[in-house]
Design a protein around this ligand. Structure first.
Ligand SMILES: Cc1cc2nc3c(=O)[nH]c(=O)nc-3n(C[C@H](O)[C@H](O)[C@H](O)COP(=O)(O)OP(=O)(O)OC[C@H]3O[C@@H](n4cnc5c(N)ncnc54)[C@H](O)[C@@H]3O)c2cc1C
Length: 458
């Protein structure tokens, strides 16, 4: 489509900035997910106001133009990948914190606010925005809501949905609606706020978010327990739960991940053990809870240390970087399954078996408190037949997670990449019901088509 085809849309007015330069189209064509069907958008459009989003969607509806919303493009499931003939609607310039009310413990933000920026604004009030994906320094709250992002602190504070009270959403025809409320409780009508949260841009464009803030913990304590193998560390997760301690953070890193972090960051984690269980307790009882954790993990023969605050912060930061340690010569497939916590040890054993059977390498990090694992299977890039073996390992790892009562995606969303596995998890009637819900909100099917849900005409 030439820029002329954008006729009818006020180009580069006060509410919309439109770019069609080839280098811009190329750099906004994909997010960080695997690219299976590369497409370039016909334009990248930045609204600077709700009015701009409404104007843009009225135009898209009238012209039947697909719209792919985008925050920071850090998604790893292809949810923000361009599709045929689409425009990318980039919300990152709508980035004002409209209100932060310390008495009500709520904030109202535009979708492009970076997660860390809201936390920085809340901290002087003794408050925090709890959902903290490892990408919190670069991802937007709009994107976090659209994917119902998880993060490290989910173990205690829940996922994004648990912090969203209300939303302002522009529907496909340009209508602006508000859902939910700014009180912590509210049960009027169907819970549309929850429906939009995690809908991956397929039902509406999120233009305003009212979130609940939590208390910034008075104290935190971090316990690092190194184990001789990953299964023993996974068993530690269950033992801490059985002691009825609720850590804020409970992350698991295997030996391969520790080695990769050492190579990239110059740390010496691998020398301390073959698996790391990293636990943070918080609040006024942080020290007492950390004492219980240390006792439980020592009983399991973990090498347990209480990290001083500098080293603890460094370990947590290294964990946040553990996705970004890509070694270029590798071919990789990674995913984001979750299994019931009781199945964690068995699932890890199964992953190790699969890696051996399919002759691929494995590394695993997990938000272990939620049973949410990020296994990565990899081979050297020049390894003949590696791609096929990786695909077989990936398929099997998903089938086994489902058989254990798990899910294909704990936090990253279905996007484009995980669509083939969705029918393995959800029954045909549920898939069909989701299509009908989509048709109610988006009858022309212009909002992020081919993402998040499967089915004819989607
Ligand atoms: C290093 C790294 C670490 C990560 N760690 C985590 C983690 O711990 N937990 C986790 O859950 N994820 C994690 N992610 C994945 C990613 O950061 C999250 O999915 C994040 O929520 C995406 O936010 P974004 O602003 O980049 O959104 P994008 O990637 O731009 O978009 C994500 C999806 O939301 C839709 N969307 C974006 N904005 C809107 C809007 N305003 N209205 C409607 N739809 C919209 C898009 O169409 C797309 O489907 C990580 C990614 C990286 C690169």
């Amino acid at each position: 489509m030439s820029p002329n085809a954008l006729r009818g849309l006020t180009l580069n007015g006060p509410d919309l900035l439109v770019e069609t330069a080839p280098e811009i189209l190329a750099s906004y064509a994909t997010d960080q997910g695997p690219v299976l069907d590369y497409r370039e958008p016909v334009a990248v459009i930045w609204p600077t106001s709700v009015k701009g989003v409404q104007e843009m969607l009225r135009w898209a509806s009238a012209t039947g133009t697909p719209v792919v919303p985008r925050g920071a493009g850090t998604g790893v499931s292809g949810g923000a990948h361009a599709t045929v003939g689409c425009v990318i609607l980039c919300l990152d310039r709508m980035n004002r914190i409209r209100e932060l009310n310390a008495e009500d413990e709520v904030a109202v933000v535009e979708p492009g606010v970076i997660n860390a920026d809201l936390n920085a604004a809340a901290a002087p009030h003794g408050l925090m925005y709890a959902p903290d994906p490892a990408s919190y320094r670069i991802s937007t709250i709009g994107g976090n809501v659209a994917t119902n992002a998880g993060g490290l602190r989910c173990a205690k504070y829940g996922v994004t949905r648990d912090s969203v009270l209300g939303l302002d959403v522009v529907l496909a025809n340009g209508t602006l609606i508000s859902t939910g409320q700014r009180t912590f409780k509210g049960v009027a009508g169907y819970d549309l706020t929850s429906l939009f949260t995690g809908s991956e841009g397929t039902l509406g464009i999120i233009v305003g978010i009212t979130v609940r803030l939590r208390y910034l913990p008075a104290k935190t304590r971090t316990v690092a327990a190194f184990f001789p193998d990953f299964r023993a560390a996974a068993a530690g997760v269950l033992a801490v739960g059985a002691a009825r301690v609720q850590p804020a953070i409970m992350e698991l890193l295997d030996g391969a991940t520790l080695g990769a972090l050492d190579r990239v960051h110059g740390s010496t984690l691998r020398a301390r053990g073959n698996a790391l269980l990293l636990i943070q307790t918080d609040g006024f009882g942080a020290e007492a809870e950390a004492d219980v954790v240390r006792g439980v993990l020592t009983d399991l023969h973990g090498t347990v240390s209480a990290e001083d605050s500098t080293e603890a912060e460094r370990l947590i930061e290294l964990r946040r970087h553990s996705r970004g340690d890509a070694e270029v010569e590798q071919l990789r497939v990674g995913e984001d399954v979750a299994v019931p916590r009781s199945a964690l040890v068995r699932y890890v054993a199964e992953l190790e078996r699969m890696a051996g059977q399919h002759r691929v390498n494995l590394k695993v990090v997990a938000h272990a408190g939620d049973g949410n694992l990020h296994p990565t299977f990899w081979v050297q890039a020049d390894d003949g037949g590696g791609r096929e073996r990786l695909g077989a390992a990936l398929d099997e790892s998903i089938a086994v997670a489902l058989a254990m009562g798990g899910t294909i995606t704990g936090e990253h969303g279905v996007g484009q990449f995980k669509l083939p596995w969705l029918p393995q998890e959800q029954q045909a009637e549920v898939l069909e019901l989701q299509q009908r819900i989509k048709a109610v909100f988006d009858p022309e099917g212009i909002l992020n088509p081919g993402k998040a849900i499967t089915g004819a005409g989607v």
